[in-house]
Each structure stands twice: as C-alpha cells, then as structure tokens.
Design a protein around this ligand. Structure first.
Ligand SMILES: CSCCC(=O)C(=O)COP(=O)(O)O
Ligand SMILES: [Zn+2]
Length: 212
C-alpha cells in the first residue's frame, strides 16, 4: 500500500487551481515572458505548492505545480521546483501568515530594476495607491522598495532579503535586470501588492521620462 501523502491533496488541488487561473491573467499582460517567473501558495504549515522549473507560466496545468517543504525539498514528486524556490520558502518560513508569493518579469519591473539599482531602492511616496499595501491607510506615507543585485546564487540573494527584513517590513522587492517579488497572506493580497508595485513603478518611470 502507498504511504499517505504528508499534505492534503484536495488542498493542493485548490492551491494549484488558484495559481493557474491567476497566473494565466498575469501572463496575458505580458508579465511572464519566455517561461520566466514563478509562483507559489502555502498548503499548510510545512508544505508549499510551487511551479515546476522551466514551464510556460501562461499555460500552466495541475501537472506544472508540485509540492516542496519549507527547505525547498520536493515532496512525493520527481519534478524539479523553480530555480528560485529558496526565495519563496524563506518567506513562508519567516512569516507563518504569508500564504502566497508571486514573482514576475514585466518590462516595467525590469526597466525600473535597472534604473534604480544604483541607489539600491525605489522610493515611493505620496501615491494614493500605496494604500493597496497591507497596513497602509493613507497616501501620506513613504516606502522604499529594495533592489538587490542579480545572482544565480540563491542563498546569497536570500541572505540579502533576510537582512532587509530584519529591520524593515516589506511586501516586495526588485532584483536588478530580473524582476519583482511580491507576497501576501493569500492570493488576492499578493496579487494586489504585485499590481500596486507594477503601477507605481510605471508611474516612477513615466515621471523620469517626462522630467528629462
Ligand atoms: C527564462 S527565465 C530565467 C529564470 C527565471 O528568472 C525565472 O523566473 C523562472 O525560473 P523557473 O526555474 O522558476 O522556471
Ligand atoms: Zn525570475
């Protein structure tokens, strides 16, 4: 007899469905070009549903979603998880309330990451849309979105993210020449944060263009 799975397969199916539907919409906006981007959803305290590495994120099916533990190790599958799994699991490990992590490669995110890499962050201030971020209740506030240097060494990148999180709460970050990470308590909140960052970065790029 097969040993029972260490997670609820029905809950995995629910999480996978949420990822598939939402990511299809993000892909239609052009935010996941050329198999880029990766997405995850917490199943329970110790398990995460995450996209299989290298799959076309605009055409995901349940077969493209697998399970890892909070160390990023595959659970009951031969598939290879996203190359960036550690950047997802570090957030689930650190914050029990985080339920969803979304990573995209839109042109706006990528151009902004290049433009602001030198200063290490994008300063966002005075926008009504800042209220899209959990805990923010007024436009009269400011937020620094970190920009980290890109590297293929995920532990190095994860350590930089952790160092920032040690002294600053945040809902996302950019990686230079790469893309954006955003997260939240559930899919709806993570997606709201992702869309808010995309919009605000677009505003900052347009302001720079007009001020030239
Ligand atoms: C062709 S995109 C390069 C890798 C990347 O940045 C990405 O987001 C997708 O990697 P994954 O292993 O999750 O498919
Ligand atoms: Zn990526």
């Amino acid at each position: 007899m097969n040993s029972p799975l260490p997670y609820d397969p029905q809950h995995l199916s629910h999480c996978a469905g949420e990822i598939i539907v939402n990511v299809r919409e993000l892909a239609q906006r052009g935010w996941t070009p050329a198999t880029s981007s990766n997405f995850s959803r917490r199943i329970d305290q110790s398990h995460v549903a995450i996209t299989v590495s290298g799959r076309d994120k605009g055409r995901l099916t349940e077969a493209d979603i697998m399970v890892v533990d909070l160390d990023g190790q595959p659970v009951a599958t031969e598939h290879r998880p996203s190359a960036e799994t550690l950047l997802h699991t570090q957030l689930y490990k650190r914050y029990p309330e985080v339920g969803c992590v979304l990573h995209t490669h839109s042109q706006t995110q990528t151009v902004a990451s290049r433009l602001f890499a030198g200063q290490g962050h994008v300063h966002l201030e005075g926008y009504e849309l800042l209220k899209a971020f959990r805990g923010t209740t007024t436009h009269d506030t400011e937020l620094d979105l970190p920009v980290y240097p890109n590297t293929q060494d995920m532990p190095t990148l994860a350590a930089q993210v952790d160092a920032t999180l040690d002294h600053q709460p945040m809902w996302g970050y950019l990686i230079d020449g790469h893309g954006l990470y955003a997260w939240g308590r559930d899919m709806a909140e993570a997606r709201r944060h992702l869309e808010a960052f995309e919009f605000l970065l677009g505003c900052e790029l347009e302001l720079r263009r007009l001020q030239r």
